[in-house]
Design a protein around this ligand. Structure first.
Ligand SMILES: Cc1ncc(COP(=O)(O)O)c(C=O)c1O
Length: 500
């Protein structure tokens, strides 16, 4: 590793105390910027593989950074980026081999018609461009998106992100955006419990077909249907079999294009396939990729068919993106894709994912608070509930677990989903068996303690109810106070993490 000594010096020379860092951040960084563990944030000064280290050298097992795909500061990625930076970094209006090689490798991983790339700097930019391509090709405006979806922070993609615009202070949904239900068979509109023998894929695709029909009746059609191939912000959702086939067919019949957002779930994370859309046997018209592609460096891409790219060219308006496709970004993306293959990280995701799912399902047998365990590869969700039969989301429990995992066990997990009660795992792909066991041991401790706490709380509540029934004013206190304190303790656990 060429930089080892400078790297250690740079860590050692972090002069600010943590409290000064917090003060400066509070003063100069917009408060709207999300901060993990806001009441006790982490100051991370170094990363290596699946670990991050704070300013005191404490090691955290990282189960949430799907961006550091091949591992934090992978030496090959660092070397590729540094070498290219020391050689030339300019824009893609000049010929460069890293650019074309990156496009060749990326498209070689996709089904045949997806052979043309546009390089960008982020997932938001990728989805923004994907929308432009679709609107230009179809000459239509309307977009179908899924409930709870997040597609980025630019105005254009915030408008198709119910995850954001449905928040209390969110902006209003534009008329040209149509929201279809999130295909969540555990907690969504059509569940496997309420519809045990139904074709849930068809049921969830029907509202999309209905939107298409209404749009056609109005003579407007649709420009695009955009969806994450597995919805991460929705709470690690695996759509039911046949869903995307049926949805894509309906959209295509209405003359629209299908955009697969693989910003979180691409590059082998799902283990069985390189792209998550492949698990449903569909071929999108446009694919957006980013996050893992740069392993922490800002690079993304839109991949599409020659016809769609040609229509964009035919507008006569040239596409230029100053940093999109610069040689440094492309050298890094090339290194990432090479490492995924060389180190067998997709297979690793497959094997470890199966292990994690098996072990978490075992935990579900033991702990009533686990309502559902789902996932594919190293993309796993564990849904916590307060009533398993009623599938009642337990948001407080999820926050409590996230916080305790960090404070006590130094394991970083996050919570998400419409009720923020799904514990999410999407670690760097170099996560190993030992790491899985470390997570499982810590998680088991949390569930055990949580269950004990909850039992104590219900006992306290029962005692309070009983004593209030027989006691007059003034003496009721103890049991009720204990309960109130415990509730406050739960409430103090900030809304901790959203790992978008
Ligand atoms: C599914 C999905 N799409 C798009 C984006 C936007 O990517 P970026 O933050 O790189 O702009 C995100 C970011 O979290 C995402 O999760």
């Amino acid at each position: 590793m060429p930089f080892a000594s400078q790297q250690m010096q740079s860590v050692a020379s972090q002069q600010l105390s943590k409290s000064d860092t917090i003060k400066l951040r509070n003063k100069h960084i917009g408060q709207a910027c999300q901060l993990f563990y806001r009441s006790d944030p982490l100051k991370i000064v170094r990363g290596q593989g699946q670990y991050m280290f704070d300013e005191e050298g404490t090691r955290y097992l990282d189960c949430i950074n799907n961006v550091a795909h091949v591992g934090h500061c992978h030496p090959e990625v660092v070397r590729a980026g540094a070498l290219q930076m020391a050689t030339i970094s300019t824009n893609n209006r000049f010929l460069h081999d890293e650019l074309v090689q990156c496009a060749r490798t990326l498209t070689s991983k996709m089904p045949a018609p997806l052979s043309v790339c546009f390089f960008v700097n982020s997932g938001s930019e990728a989805n923004d461009l994907a929308l432009r391509l679709a609107r230009n090709y179809t000459k239509r405006l309307d977009v179908i998106t899924l409930d709870h979806a997040y597609h980025g922070h630019l105005q254009s993609v915030m408008e198709i992100s119910p995850y954001k615009f449905n928040q209390p202070g969110g902006e209003q949904k534009p008329e040209y955006v149509h929201v279809a239900p999130c295909p969540d068979i555990y907690g969504g509109q059509f569940t496997d419990k309420l519809h045990p023998n139904a074709d849930l894929g068809a049921l969830y695709a029907q509202p999309i077909a209905d939107i298409c029909e209404r749009q056609q009746a109005k003579g407007q059609g649709v420009a695009a249907f955009i969806a994450e191939s597995l919805q991460s912000c929705g709470g690690q959702i695996l759509p039911p079999a046949g869903y995307f086939q049926a949805a894509y067919n309906a959209v295509h019949r209405a003359g629209g294009l299908c955009i697969a957002d693989e910003v979180q779930v691409g590059f082998g994370r799902v283990g069985s396939h390189y792209w998550a859309f492949e698990t449903q046997g569909v071929v999108p018209d446009i694919v957006s990729v980013a996050k893992p592609m740069g392993n922490g460096h800002p690079v993304g891409a839109v991949v599409t068919t020659p016809e769609i790219a040609q229509a964009f060219y035919d507008t006569g308006v040239a596409y230029f993106n100053t940093y999109g496709g610069n040689p440094v970004s492309c050298a890094i993306a090339n290194a990432v894709m090479r490492i995924i293959d060389e180190e067998g990280l997709q297979q690793n995701a497959h094997q470890l994912g199966e292990y994690l799912l098996r072990e978490c399902s075992q935990l579900k047998q033991e702990f009533e608070c686990i309502g559902d365990v789902r996932g594919l590869g190293l993309f796993v969700g564990i849904e916590l509930v307060s009533d398993r039969e009623a599938r009642m989301p337990d948001t407080k429990a999820a926050h409590w677990v996230v916080n305790r995992m960090k404070q006590l066990h130094k394991v970083l997990v996050s919570s998400d989903g419409p009720n923020d009660n799904v514990i999410k795992l999407k670690p760097p792909m170099c996560f190993n068996h030992e790491n899985a066991d470390e997570f499982l041991l810590a998680f088991r401790e949390c569930l055990t303690t949580l269950t004990q706490e909850q039992l104590q709380q219900s006992a306290a509540a029962a005692a309070a109810a009983a004593s209030s029934a027989v006691t007059t004013n003034g003496v009721i206190a103890t049991a009720a106070d204990t309960l109130a304190n415990k509730t406050k303790m739960f409430e103090r656990q900030d809304r901790l993490i959203k790992s978008v």
